[in-house]
Design a protein around this ligand. Structure first.
Ligand SMILES: [Zn+2]
Length: 314
């Protein structure tokens, strides 16, 4: 089966986007992945600084302090012992992992037919700046845009995003929304509270002509796996809402198929962010699920194929 991976990023160890894409293609070939949706990551240091101060972090830590001490997550522990230094580490993390929209577009041009680029919202630029710099110049190439409610400190249901969503409708594209927690201080439930599938559902009800994809099934969380899983299942009841399986414990993927069926689920590896796992490992997790073979094929290929065809991308 030729697999379609609906959620990958460029390996961050290679700064040159084309070189990074070469590395990604090697991984895809090993896993039998024919095409991958390559997602940009733009965060805003200004927005981060505005939203993350010592008081806010201490409050978020205080809510789950027992979990944090037990979890031994180094970035969280550092915040407990030295909040300012911990915050500086996060700024460095953002700088290291950002991938501009132009980089994923350039990577996709080097491997036509293999990589499908997705733009990122940029909170420092706002909606107008994002449309001007990240959507308009690449509108014939990109599949859509991604919102990271965690990194962006923006709710997907915020009315300020309506203009961006209308722009995506114009290009017959998709909006991918990060849901659940995120590494670092975004593991704290208070810091990921905007990344809830119910807010994606709100936006999807207002914009029926846009397909919304709930990344991570609302489930990714180191402290509380499955944190918003049930909201994701509920949101999947809307016709224009899909979800991807990236960074989701296989237990929840299986449960999702049992509860809502496989027709709205898209395979995603989140390569290279599943530390220690190759794309092939993540494909194997799907192949080993205790669900019918036809559901595995739907998740690994057929649903993505249908979605891409409907949007004129194949
Ligand atoms: Zn991702």
């Amino acid at each position: 089966m030729k697999i379609i991976d609906f959620h990958v990023h460029l390996p961050y160890r290679y700064r040159d986007p084309v070189e990074a894409a070469g590395r990604l293609i090697v991984e895809m070939d090993r896993a039998g992945v024919e095409r991958a949706v390559l997602i940009a990551v733009e965060a805003g240091v200004k927005t981060f600084r505005r939203n993350v101060g010592a008081r806010e972090v201490k409050r978020a830590l205080g809510e789950v302090l027992d979990f944090v001490s037990l979890s031994r997550i180094p970035m969280l522990n550092k915040l407990v012992y030295d909040v300012e230094a911990g915050i500086r580490d996060h700024v460095a993390l953002i700088e290291e992992h950002r991938r501009a929209t132009w980089e994923v577009v350039e990577a996709s041009r080097a491997y036509p037919g293999r990589l499908i680029p997705v733009a990122s919202y940029c909170p420092d630029k706002g909606v107008d700046g994002t449309i001007r710099d990240n959507i308009e110049p690449f509108k014939d190439e990109i599949l859509g845009v991604k919102i990271y409610p965690t990194l962006h400190f923006t709710s997907p249901s915020s009315s300020k995003l309506d203009k961006l969503y209308r722009k995506i409708a114009e290009i017959n594209g998709v909006v991918i929304v990060h849901t659940g927690c995120d590494p670092g201080l975004w593991e704290l439930p208070r810091m990921c509270r905007l990344a809830r599938p119910k807010y994606v559902a709100e936006a999807a009800r207002r914009h029926r002509d846009v397909v919304f994809i709930i990344a991570h099934l609302g489930s990714y969380s180191a402290l509380m796996p499955g944190i918003y899983f049930h909201e994701a299942l509920e949101a999947l009841g809307l016709e224009n809402v899909y979800a991807d399986t990236s960074a989701v414990d296989p237990f929840f993927v299986e449960r999702a198929v049992e509860e809502v069926g496989s027709s709205k689920l898209l395979f995603g590896s989140d390569y290279p962010y599943m530390v220690g796992l190759t794309i092939r490992d993540v494909v194997r997790e799907i192949l080993e699920l205790g669900i019918p073979e036809r559901d595995k094929e739907a998740i690994l290929r057929l649903n993505a194929l249908r979605l891409l065809r409907e949007r004129g991308r194949l």
